[in-house]
Ligand binder design. Structure first.
Ligand code: PLP
Length: 386
């Protein structure tokens, strides 16, 4: 078949052509409950009316304008993020990997050419560009693309002694995800984040968080690290920020904003009027519809039901992992067939590592939809033999 796309994604079996709320439809008219949310992107669900209205109006007003000129809606978006995250400043880009590149460039500005050493987590995922890939110690991501950037070290998540051994006065930054979304839903413990931050302070090391997947309400707080009370030096955002319109961002703690000077970084498209409108409206809907509360209230009974499923199917399910609406069903064996059966039965999920089924409902999923996911998973597990 003369398929016109490069083969970095193998040829997909399904074309999606329409979405509404928590559902998507394929080109044959079949309806699916979408608990992938475009991999943690469509946090308001598909085609949320307020979001559609805002970007439609913006499309008729001003779509793009260079960052060499002021963009009022971008400034409003930045202020809204500052109000939610804390005193600091923003830079806007277009994706998660670009946000992490910007954090890595920030660490170079902080290191002033003297130190470049960055410590990241084993099993991290930070993206596919060269800096982010260098921070992602996975053979399947890195192979074929070396040499990468040097001076990265890696320690196991939650092993504070291993991190303390690597993070010294010569280290510029640590960069880590509060929950590793791509490699099995591994949660950084609150005590680990606190101790690591304290160690970073004592060694004059930047504490940088990649909240690309965990942020924008997915875990029931605006950012996933909030329960730790730790204040980062920089945060990377993307995915859910625009609810599907591409936008990434870094928030930089007010302590460091003077390191950014005219010309040191930039982006043609980053924070365009369209992207900023999409993101600002996403944040407004999260507030207006009380979606953090919705995640907290909706996730508790849903996770309980998932844990009950784990008890019922203990020969197949190893554990339920994660927080809020970033949940993994860790299985005893490979999940490829189970994911295909769930899809066939009308539930879209997404793999995380080889044996974890990732569930990412929209933040406004209804109880009926959450229960529907439990029913479908149970039916499929009853049918599968291993
Ligand atoms: N960081 C994390 C934690 C991610 O989960 C991802 C994507 O899955 C990225 C960075 C890269 O984001 P993007 O695909 O938008 O470049």
């Amino acid at each position: 078949m003369n398929y016109p796309l490069l083969n970095n994604y193998s040829i997909p079996a399904i074309d999606f052509v329409k979405g509404q709320g928590s559902y998507v439809w394929d080109s044959n008219g079949k309806k699916y409950l979408d608990f992938s949310s475009g991999i943690a992107v469509n946090n308001l669900g598909h085609c949320h009316p307020a979001w559609v209205k805002a970007i439609s109006e913006q499309a008729q007003t001003l779509v793009h304008c260079s960052n060499l000129y002021g963009i009022p809606v971008q400034r409003k978006l930045a202020q809204s993020l500052i109000d939610k995250i804390g005193p600091g400043k923003l830079f806007f880009c277009n994706s998660g990997t670009e946000a992490n590149e910007a954090l890595l460039k920030f660490s170079r500005l902080f290191g002033k050419g003297e130190s470049t050493h960055v410590v990241c987590a084993e099993e991290a995922f930070h993206g596919r560009t060269f800096g982010s890939m260098s921070a992602t110690p996975q053979a399947k991501i890195q192979n074929g693309f070396k040499p990468l950037l040097d001076n990265f070290s890696f320690a196991p998540l939650n092993d504070i002694e291993a991190w303390k051994a690597l993070v010294t006065g010569k280290t510029t930054a640590v960069l880590l995800e509060p929950i590793q979304g791509e490699t099995g839903i591994n949660v950084a413990e609150v005590s680990f984040l606190k101790e690591l931050k304290a160690h970073c302070e004592s060694t004059n090391t930047l504490f940088l968080l990649d909240e690309v997947q965990t942020g924008i309400g997915r875990t029931g707080t605006f950012l996933a690290h909030e329960p730790s009370g730790v204040i980062p030096d920089g945060v990377a955002l993307a995915k859910g920020l625009g609810n599907g319109f591409p936008i990434g961002a870094i928030w930089i703690n007010e302590k460091h904003v003077d390191l950014f000077t005219p010309g040191c970084h930039g982006s043609t498209f980053g924070g365009s009027p369209m992207a900023s409108t999409a993101a600002l409206t996403t944040l407004q809907v999260i507030d207006d519809e009380n979606l953090l509360k919705a995640v907290n209230e909706g996730s508790k009974p849903w996770i309980n039901k998932l844990n009950n499923l784990a008890d019922t199917h203990s020969t197949k399910i190893k554990a339920i992992k994660g927080v809020g609406y970033l949940i993994g069903i860790a299985m005893h064996s490979d999940i490829t067939k189970t994911i295909a059966s769930l899809t066939e039965a009308g539930l879209i999920t997404v793999p995380s590592a080889n044996n974890v089924i990732r569930l990412l409902p929209p933040l406004n999923a209804s109880n009926d939809e959450l229960n529907e996911s439990i029913r479908i998973i149970n039916t499929i597990l009853e049918k599968t033999t291993s």
